[in-house]
Write a protein that binds this ligand. Structure first.
Ligand code: PBG
Length: 324
């Protein structure tokens, strides 16, 4: 027999063959586009550290969502930037708050688009933490009540999916119970189950104005060094009633995505976060990388690792690429 028996390059001979043996493919169905919604009229303000990503007032947001949906993106996730912040983040559960109004307007204009909302009070608290603060401590159980009220107002406004991102213990159960008791049992919970205390959130905090005013998030978000703890968090959230689970960030946590995928049989999402987006944009602007190719390679890697949904600021660009 001649050597080598297996010539793997045989299956790389042409575009057609490559297509036939390709193991992973991306589709617009995989994408979830994040949006920042703010007060005011006719606002369309680019976030300096996230080229191509803007804060929109409600009317402009609706136009954007329409466009995304027309490109084949099935879902959006909303982050609110309120005018008013206070210690308790009470604007977060105002039935006429910025996100609640945005949901209603989107559902009026584009009823088919899946509306997901981020459930977390950091954008609504003056201290910028994801929980109620007392004496410099972030209180777990007191926060659950606020999160539940927030999720309920989103659901009542028409959100299809609520996505708690705070990392308090027991919040999935608390939110599920509140939704079930109020006739909102069809609302889906997508939990940010394994969310790490990551420096990759930097640009987002500029966008949302949600940097903690003291300390950091290490007492509630996870230590980047821990993998098996991520799995524990995921299993706990599934037990508490999460319908979809998420790993966040994505790129430095592909091992976690892969591990969760092989161990847990629940739809899995991954968040390709702001810093991951901005790094690519910055390098591409400098001409150091081919931004479009890197974008597609990153999204493919997240899918290959096991995520079936990807929350990404690249959604629009990726959808245009995929539709070509
Ligand atoms: C919390 C929240 C954050 C992100 C999503 N939800 C910020 C944080 O935890 O500090 C970050 C997303 C990103 O970086 O793109 N509301």
């Amino acid at each position: 027999m001649t050597f080598p028996t297996h010539r793997y390059r045989r299956l790389r001979q042409s575009g057609g063959i490559l297509r036939m043996v390709r193991e992973t493919s991306l589709s617009t169905d995989d994408l979830i586009e994040p949006f920042f919604v703010c007060e005011g009229s006719d606002v369309r303000q680019e976030i300096s550290s996230m080229p191509g990503v803007c804060r929109f007032s409600i009317k402009n947001l609706v136009l954007e969502v329409k466009e995304s949906y027309a490109l084949g993106i099935p879902a959006v996730i909303l982050f609110g930037i309120p005018d008013k912040k206070n210690e308790l983040g009470s604007e977060a559960y105002n039935p006429d708050g910025i996100v609640q109004r945005a949901i209603r307007e989107i559902k009026n204009a584009v009823p088919e688009v899946v509306v997901i909302t981020d459930v977390c009070i950091d954008e609504y608290t003056d201290h910028g933490h994801c929980g109620i603060v007392n004496d410099g401590q972030i209180l777990n159980d007191a926060t659950l009540e606020v999160l539940s009220k927030m999720a309920l107002t989103h659901s009542e406004a028409g959100a299809d999916i609520v996505a708690p991102s705070d990392m308090m213990d027991g919040r999935v159960q608390a939110i599920r119970a509140t939704l079930d008791e109020t006739g909102q049992q069809e609302t889906i919970i997508m939990s940010y189950a394994a969310k790490y205390a990551s420096a990759f959130y930097g640009p987002f905090r500029e966008a949302a104005g949600s940097s903690p005013q003291f300390g950091d998030r290490c007492s509630y978000q996870m230590d980047p060094a821990n993998a098996s703890e991520g799995l524990k968090e995921v299993l706990q959230d599934v037990e508490e009633g999460a319908d979809i689970i998420m790993v966040k960030p994505a790129l430095s946590y592909l091992d976690i995505i892969s591990q969760v995928k092989s161990e847990v049989n629940v739809p899995l999402a991954a968040y390709n976060v702001s810093g991951e987006y901005s790094m690519v944009k910055a390098a591409a602007q400098k001409g150091w990388i081919d931004g479009e190719k890197v974008m597609m390679e990153i999204l493919l890697s997240i899918k290959r690792a096991g995520a079936q949904m990807i929350l990404t600021y690249f959604s629009r660009e990726a959808a245009k690429f995929l539709n070509r």
